[in-house]
Design a protein around this ligand. Structure first.
Ligand SMILES: Cc1cc2nc3c(=O)[nH]c(=O)nc-3n(C[C@H](O)[C@H](O)[C@H](O)COP(=O)(O)OP(=O)(O)OC[C@H]3O[C@@H](n4cnc5c(N)ncnc54)[C@H](O)[C@@H]3O)c2cc1C
Length: 327
């Protein structure tokens, strides 16, 4: 047994972009343990995706292809990936923590007599895997001690936005087909309609610039001040949960653990305190600017730049300065 195997996720030939975050996590783990990192793609009609993944700095790409994997089923995924893991014989199996992974990965880990260490936010020397408990109030370290004496791998999934997909370098990996025996009678589930978190008309996850507003805005009619700043910057407008709960902005604009996960180049947080449920949705932003009148607001702990001041003074002045600079 050796190294790390990342299980990627795709749907109808299109990547789930969290796959590359999992690849970044897998590469980081492989570096920590001084091992190689490979990846697996599974589904039907996945040759283009397999070639795409082979262009990354990975050791091998395990291609798990079968007509019965065209639509997602938990049984099909477990059986297919059991074959792939037995063939690749990794020490660690890394997944993106998607809804699909939550559905099948615990059952897959159980087939190897293991559990899934889910929603990991950091990997340290050891390796030690860090998970959040009690809505992020505590961080817990998990060290899989059984591994040294076990012939089975350790299974982990990584939280969205935690590892940077941009850090994955290009390279040339060897493509290895996985021998797979799978019959229709082994699949007990009927593929149904896929779960969607919300009917998103705005894909904030793809926005390069986001201006996000929180309860500091006080009244619905004041949202216009922040909208003007977003317009001046050419940014999308987003919000913390109370703003969406109040119906001041649609739910699809909510950022956080029960909203969207975003990773823009710039995230400008206006009147947002920085509760953990908000931070998990935006901490992957390249640059974070916070405007808050409370110098002790937790948002300043992760902000690259902070303005301690009244948003009703700072935001209009900023908008004016941006418009002046553009004209
Ligand atoms: C299960 C669960 C899931 C959740 N999911 C999410 C989620 O997905 N997204 C999310 O955002 N939250 C979520 N929450 C809620 C979260 O815990 C916080 O309550 C919320 O993020 C707080 O929003 P806020 O920062 O806008 O408001 P507050 O915490 O009330 O902060 C307002 C901030 O505005 C500042 N302020 C006030 N007036 C001004 C002014 N004039 N100028 C400048 N600054 C000013 C204040 O100093 C304060 O820091 C969730 C909670 C739970 C329990």
């Amino acid at each position: 047994m050796s190294g790390v195997l990342v299980i990627t996720e795709q749907r109808q030939g299109a990547w789930n972009k969290m796959s590359f975050e999992a690849v970044a996590a897998g590469l980081e783990l492989a570096k920590l343990i001084g091992a190689t990192c490979s990846a697996a793609v599974f589904g039907s009609g996945i040759s283009t995706l397999t070639t795409d993944l082979a262009g990354k700095r990975l050791e091998k790409i395990y291609s798990v292809q079968h007509d019965l994997l065209a639509d997602y089923t938990a049984d099909g995924s477990v059986i297919a990936l059991e074959h792939a893991i037995k063939q690749a014989a990794p020490d660690y199996v890394v997944f993106p923590h998607t809804y699909q992974v939550r559905d099948f990965a615990p059952a897959l880990a159980t087939r190897f007599g293991q559990v899934l260490i889910s929603d990991v936010i950091a990997i340290h020397e050891g390796p030690v895997f860090v998970r959040q408990l009690l809505q992020g109030k505590l961080n817990a370290d998990y060290r899989p001690t059984a591994l040294a004496s076990s012939a089975t791998p350790c299974f982990i999934s990584v939280q969205a936005g935690t590892f940077s997909a941009d850090s994955v370098e290009t390279g040339q990996a060897e493509i290895v087909p996985v021998e797979l025996t799978l019959t229709a009678d082994q699949i007990r589930n009927q593929p149904g309609e896929r779960f969607r978190e919300s009917a998103q008309t705005v894909d904030l996850s793809a926005a390069p610039l986001i201006v996000s507003v929180g309860r500091g805005i006080k009244e619905e009619e004041n949202i216009a001040i922040v909208q003007e700043l977003a317009d001046a910057l050419g940014a999308e407008l987003a919000a913390s949960r109370p703003i969406c709960d109040n119906g001041w902005l649609p739910m699809e604009r909510q950022v956080g653990s029960s909203g969207q996960t975003v990773a823009p180049k710039l995230y400008l947080a206006v009147g947002i305190s920085g509760a953990i449920q908000h931070l998990v949705g935006m901490k992957g932003a390249k640059t974070i600017i916070a405007i808050n009148k409370d110098e002790n607001a937790p948002i300043f702990e992760i902000a690259d730049y902070g303005v301690v001041g009244d948003l009703f003074e700072v935001v209009p002045a900023l908008t004016k300065a941006i418009l002046a600079a553009k004209s």
